[in-house]
Write a protein that binds this ligand. Sequence first.
Ligand code: GUN
Ligand code: ZN
Length: 430
Amino acid sequence: MTDQRLILGQTIEFTGDPFEVPPAEAVRHQRHGAVLVEGGLIGAVGMADDLRATYPQAIVEDRGDALISPGFVDPHVHYPQTAMIASWGKRLIDWLNTYTFPEEMRFDDPAYAAEIAARYFDLTLANGTTTVSTFATSHPASVTAFFAEAKARGLRAYGGKTCMDRNAPDPLLDTVQSAYDDSKALLETWHGAGRLSYVITPRFSPTSTRDQLAALGALWAEYPDCLMQTHLAEQADEVAWVASLFPEARDYLDTYEAAGLLGAKGLYGHAIHLKSRERARLAEAGAALIHCPTSNTFIGSGLFDMGGLKAEGQRVGLATDTGGGSSFSMLRTMAAAYEIGQLSGTPLHPAQLWWLATAGSAEALGAGHQIGTLAKGIEADLIAVDLASTPAIAQSAARAEDIWQAIFPTIMMGDDRAIEAVWIAGEKRL
Ligand code: GUN
Ligand code: ZN
């Protein structure tokens, strides 16, 4: 009995970063392509006829004209905000206090955490997202619920306990010591357990004291192969608040840097209102900036400078930031990134958008050797995308003269109806 399977469809393989080489050179497209899946991994990618001849015993699944792509990678989300997505609010701090913190308080109930974790993964899988990095709440049980659900589904997943010891409601506050102890215990339980990775998670400087940031910096120094995630320079009034809370800091990034929380395994969500010193230090450190475009428009945060940041060599990923973001769909998120690019004078090519949602975000997580591309040896987390999923998309895509013209209507107008099938480690899950 063979467990070899051939999935037939259109394939695109990224051979480089389409921000660094012209998109046409960064991508290999096969109109009649195939992906061989074996033992949970991609065994080969090529032309359908060639792979059928080489692997005559493989079971064939023909997806027709669908695009066979790596599953989407979403490197900045808040799974506990699933139920309150699209809550009307004014500005970030008001939105956090009015909707986010009250909802996060409900996660002191492990049964509620488990219910939302399951609901969250139902939604992300329906949208073709196969790996996320989440902020949980400050309750350790919210991390347990997330990882338990991810494990049951066989997902590669990242997450951590959100640490806060000030400027949030009492029931959500931890302390310097409990944040360190709870994070460490969760890290030791989950980090490297199968496909799971723990992420050290200070929410952001306004909700952590210097001592708490330093304790989490010390924890990161003890476990340097872990990722660290936080928020940075999302809104102008937040930046001003940080300046008043940390008068000694040179800028917002300095509040992390002084605590040992700047590094190549650091993920910095939003990164909109950056000063030149911060940009230089982020590039020097090789940190990853996570662009959250639907959130930045929804909460009115500002325009991420994709063109300038990529040109200066910053590492960038693309994320939904649910529930500050207004969608679970990485297609909708690519569309928002395109629109923000247009408003900032950087018209992003569809190849750049697709790369950001797959390989770019996988690289931001330091997982580019495991997920996010179609290549031999990469884990077989795959999606089949219908490029004609609605009448409006179908009639526009019908005029396409190349693959990117065929994909772009799905980027701009597509949603979960475009996701025909999802495989996790080679197993069909949708
Ligand atoms: N900054 C601190 N916490 C949050 C959050 O939950 N969402 C967003 N968008 N920004 C934040
Ligand atoms: Zn966030």
